[in-house]
Design a protein around this ligand. Sequence first.
Ligand SMILES: [Zn+2]
Length: 280
Amino acid sequence: MRSNKYAGPCGECGSAVAAAAGQLIGLPGSWRTICLGCSPTPPPRRDHDGWHRTPLASLDFETTGIDPQTDRVLSYALLDDRGHDFAGLIDPGVAIPEASAAVHGLTAEALAGAPGPVDAIAEIVAWIQDLIERGIGLVVFNAAYDLTMLRAEADRWGLAQPDWERLFVVDPFVIDWGIERGGLGPRRLSDVAAYYGVLLDNAHDAVADARAARDIAYEIGMRHPTVAAGSLESLMLRQVVWFAGRAEDWNHYARKVGRSLDDPAGWPLARRDASIILSA
Ligand SMILES: [Zn+2]
């Protein structure tokens, strides 16, 4: 949940809420402040089977910016399904915008001496291909961003692509939208983590973010039996539909305020020729 920037009355009970003391909910363009007592909470954990009980891998990148077609991977976390965590830094060979470095702290100095992109990207691609061969689901929060960037990096460095059509992706950003229909306000990783009580004490560190994303996927599965039911394959199809719905809702708002549009067909990978940035 996102805290409110401005003071105002609670949209539910009317009590006064000081700036940053409450939370924002609602759809894009009509966010409203509510007090903590009126804040929605997730349903309780239940005991049912589902994809959340299968071992899942998780991936996260920190990058030079918000355009997955042109920006570069600076750090990566690959958490496999058997308890092994891999993490690494990449010297991208391009300038790192100050605004990006301010988010994750990865400056040119911090990356001096790190390997170049080719070997690291090849290693990440091989790691994903191994998940594909073994049928393991990969958790990626906002996969359309990270996976599109990985595909662009592999193209850039002349590397073979993983067999993307056979990859099972579990995207808590998209699933959360499918459950809440965007009604709970801005839902970036830290917002969804707070809502589900998932610890995220070092946001914008790739390992911490990848861990939180997988923990969120597990909490969603535990608390939403109908979402958890079914195979990873059927979850893929549902996420495609949810992503399209989210994009269409976003575009409805974006057209009114002149923001850039999302491609409803852009999950888990954007079209190669699509120019996309992170929305919401
Ligand atoms: Zn209230």
